[in-house]
Design a binder for this molecule. Structure first.
Ligand code: PLP
Length: 355
């Protein structure tokens, strides 16, 4: 791949070079860097909304109109103005995973009923806070959580996060899968499922949702896994008998490398259609990365470039809290004339640790 192709794969109408200068959301990035200083995160609200609308349109066209709800997994980006914009857009609810996330989402305008809550390892103090929010969609992921919830909120409705023992992840990387042959903390296994239902019954909790989120970053090549996971999870749905909602989690990926194609949403909805088309189940989907990952840039100042062995290493001033695994090194504000080849920060073959 030559340098020109490398630069081309991630460019799109609202993120591209024009006359050698980088533009994002209609603005010259160089001007923004001057205005805000660096390091700085910049976000495009229209891109976030486009990402949500693309999902919504695909689901509507696939026959799921009024039979699905999107919950933005706010762990992907908790920037309050972004959350407030999402609330105003009316395009999604929120997937939260801690009491602090619920408090932030509510402070940005989301009602508890617009929040789906799924977390593991909840403390007594966490549960005391969470149970103050009436109407929240609570997904319990352990027998312990069902007991704790039941003691505080008997006669209410809950979801159960299950673990199908199968995962999905970018380039089938098992480090990105939350379920598989190894036992993980995420969700209730089939072996404990009957007991989980008995505990729920003990507190008169109605189970109306089956939830599973089994990995992240999947693209079109992994859709066959998604289909197998959903098909498998019907055993949980049927065992309960009264399930109204199925939450298939998030995990939808975006391209990270020149060879990646965007997730084919037509094929994604075909999987959902095959699995849920003939049912009257309501789908809940909680994407995080897919909504925001390609809608923001981190602007850094180059401090210096130095040759080490055969490679040129570019050093940047980026502050201490940036997770270097979370991004690709993209080209600077103006297209370089030099032959420097930007490179992913992590091992490209393994798919990287980009969370
Ligand atoms: C329960 C749950 N739902 C949704 C998500 C969002 O995942 P992603 O950002 O990969 O879509 C996560 C991420 O870890 C999660 O744990």
């Amino acid at each position: 791949m030559n340098q020109q192709q490398y630069y081309r794969w991630w460019q799109r109408e609202d993120l591209c070079y024009q006359q050698g200068h980088l533009y994002f959301a209609g603005k010259a990035v160089e001007g923004l860097a001057t205005q805000c200083g660096t390091p700085a995160f910049i976000y495009s609200a229209p891109r976030v909304q486009d990402n949500l609308l693309r999902l919504r349109t695909s689901l509507n066209q696939a026959g799921f109109a009024k039979r699905f709800s999107l919950y933005y997994a706010m762990k992907a980006n908790r920037f309050a103005p972004l959350l407030a914009m999402l609330k105003q857009s009316g395009l999604c609810g929120i997937d939260a995973c801690s009491p602090a996330e619920i408090e932030l989402a509510v402070s940005c305008g989301f009602a508890p009923a617009e929040i789906s809550f799924t977390a593991s390892s909840l403390s007594t103090r966490d549960l005391d806070v969470i149970t103050r929010y009436d109407g929240l969609c609570m997904n319990c992921d352990s027998l312990h959580a069902i007991h704790q919830w039941g003691q505080r909120k008997p006669h209410t409705t809950i979801g159960l996060r299950v673990n199908p023992g199968m995962g999905i992840g970018r380039v089938d990387n098992d480090k990105l899968q939350y379920a598989g042959s190894q036992t993980t903390k995420f969700g209730i296994y089939w072996q404990q499922f009957a007991e989980a239902l008995a505990v729920a019954a003990q507190y008169n909790l109605e189970v109306d949702t089956i939830h599973f989120h089994t990995g992240c970053g999947y693209l079109t090549e992994q859709l066959h896994r998604l289909e197998r996971i959903i098909a498998h999870c019907f055993c949980f749905i049927e065992k309960v008998g009264t399930i109204k909602y199925v939450n298939i989690g998030g995990g939808l990926g975006v391209p990270h490398l020149p060879a990646d194609a965007p997730l084919d949403l037509e094929r994604w909805t075909m999987v959902l259609q095959r699995q849920f088309g003939a049912t009257d189940l309501h789908l809940r989907i909680e994407p995080g990365d897919y909504i925001v990952k390609d809608a923001g840039l981190l602007l850094l100042e180059k401090t210096f470039v130095e040759k080490k062995r055969g490679d040129h290493l570019c050093r940047c001033r980026r502050g201490v809290q940036h997770c270097s695994g979370a991004c690709l090194l993209h080209p600077p504000l103006s297209a370089p004339a030099s032959s420097l080849q930007p490179r992913a920060m992590h091992n490209q073959d393994s798919g990287g640790q980009y969370k």
